[in-house]
Design a protein around this ligand. Structure first.
Ligand code: HEC
Ligand code: HEC
Length: 358
């Protein structure tokens, strides 16, 4: 008993050190910020844009709010709609959209009654930004250097692709960490919130920006849970943005990503080799990129699947649940549910029943 207490204290001390890490240019990488907790101590909603903004929820605000668009007098640096669930069934009012940019500025927005949010605050830009193709290599410098490597012309700070930040969504004590910390998508004239909007499609949507505790399905039976009918949709909706190896890479697209700096220096695959869209682990052939980031043949990668992270003899102790329960093990994806949440209970029951591919 005593031993456990001591271990807990040590763990807590270790976590405190990890949390106290100061994030700056040197560790502003996808890996460096993986476990960074959401910032606190700021005034919530301090950066909300002015106006009512209740129209066109879920639409791409930048379609009209851009230079040359129908609402070009109102240009936002960031805008969008927040939902209760990833499939975007209902909007979330009073959720917080948090960003911490490369300079350490915390930006806090709240969603209004349409779930909408928008702001005009500047987002710090990285002078050494490299652009890429839709989140993937090859990387091309957006800045100009002389032969000695001195910066002659920084990347255009007006271009949203140079804005580097990490994002969290919060509602009460529920927090969703977003996987991408660089500006993906959008265009030189308007930006788009990245991450879950961008990866792992649900039906025709690419997945809404969401935080909340609504169950994935309206209800679950008490027993005879089905992998296909109940479990897969839960994993698809909550975990797919990060857990499809090879498809869930994220990077900050900076100078060190160029081949001469070892390529993909800030690029990591958030999945940790765990594919939650497959029942069993497997080896797969994926396209390979040469050091310049051009496609060159294929390579075989092996990945683990759902059965590798469940334990039918001790369901609650399954890695899949320990990583995702509120106040559980530290997890790059954050926590998703409490012990009484319907999704959690469904997963646990299915594991208890043998985690069948039924
Ligand atoms: C189909 C085009 C279109 C889309 C999409 C759109 N807007 Fe607008 N928006 C407009 C127009 C037009 C105006 C009025 C512009 C003017 O008066 O010059 C406007 C004005 C606004 C205003 C200021 C007026 C007010 O309501 O107080 C806000 C705030 C706003 N929009 C927010 C948003 C947000 C947030 C989104 C995305 C969720 C969005 N808009 C999507 C067309 C659009
Ligand atoms: C925002 C990205 C993100 C989301 C969403 C996410 N994860 Fe993760 N997950 C990670 C990262 C990063 C790691 C590797 C670091 C770690 O162990 O936490 C990880 C690791 C794991 C591991 C440990 C794998 C191992 O072999 O050590 C499990 C289990 C896991 N996640 C389960 C889940 C489940 C279940 C969901 C959905 C309910 C989920 N994750 C959603 C980012 C995410």
């Amino acid at each position: 008993m005593k031993k456990t207490v001591i271990t807990c204290i040590c763990l807590a001390a270790f976590c405190a050190v990890a949390i106290a890490a100061i994030y700056d240019e040197s560790n502003f990488s996808a890996g460096g910020r993986m476990f960074q907790p959401a910032p606190t101590g700021h005034e919530v909603g301090k950066d909300n844009g002015s106006g009512r903004g209740i129209h066109h929820p879920s639409e791409d605000c930048g379609r009209c709010h851009r230079v040359g668009g129908r609402a070009e007098h109102y240009l936002w640096t960031m805008s969008g709609t927040l939902y209760n669930d990833r499939s975007g069934r209902s909007v979330l009012t009073g959720g917080e959209i948090l960003m911490e940019d490369r300079d350490g500025n915390v930006i806090s927005l709240t969603s209004n009654r349409s779930g909408n949010f928008w702001t005009t605050v500047p987002i710090a830009s990285d002078p050494y930004t490299v652009s890429n193709y839709h989140g993937h290599e090859p990387f091309v410098p957006m800045y100009v250097e002389d032969d000695e490597g001195n910066l002659i012309e920084p990347a255009d700070p007006e271009n949203p692709k140079t804005w580097h930040y990490k994002t969290w969504l919060r509602k009460g004590n529920m927090v969703r960490t977003m996987m991408t910390i660089g500006g993906v998508g959008g265009s030189p004239v308007y930006n788009r919130m990245t991450c879950n909007m961008h990866h792992g499609g649900v039906a025709h949507r690419s997945g809404a920006l969401w935080v909340g505790k609504k169950p994935t399905l309206p209800g679950y039976p008490d027993s005879e849970l089905s992998y296909r009918k109940h479990i897969y949709p839960i994993l698809r909706s909550n975990c797919a943005p990060c857990h499809i190896p090879g498809k869930t890479r994220t990077s900050v697209n900076t100078k060190t990503d160029l081949p001469e700096f070892g390529a993909t220096a800030t690029c990591i695959d958030y999945s940790g080799g765990l594919d939650l869209m497959i029942y069993e682990g497997s080896s797969v052939e994926v396209p390979k990129l040469d050091p310049d980031g051009m496609p060159s043949g294929t390579e075989i990668i092996s990945k683990i699947g759902v059965t590798d992270v469940v334990d039918s003899n001790d369901p609650a102790n399954s890695l899949l649940l320990r990583k995702t329960i509120f106040n559980g093990e530290e997890h790059g994806g954050g926590s998703f549910w409490k012990k009484r949440s319907p999704d959690y209970l469904a997963l646990k029951q299915w594991i208890r029943e043998g985690a069948l591919e039924n």
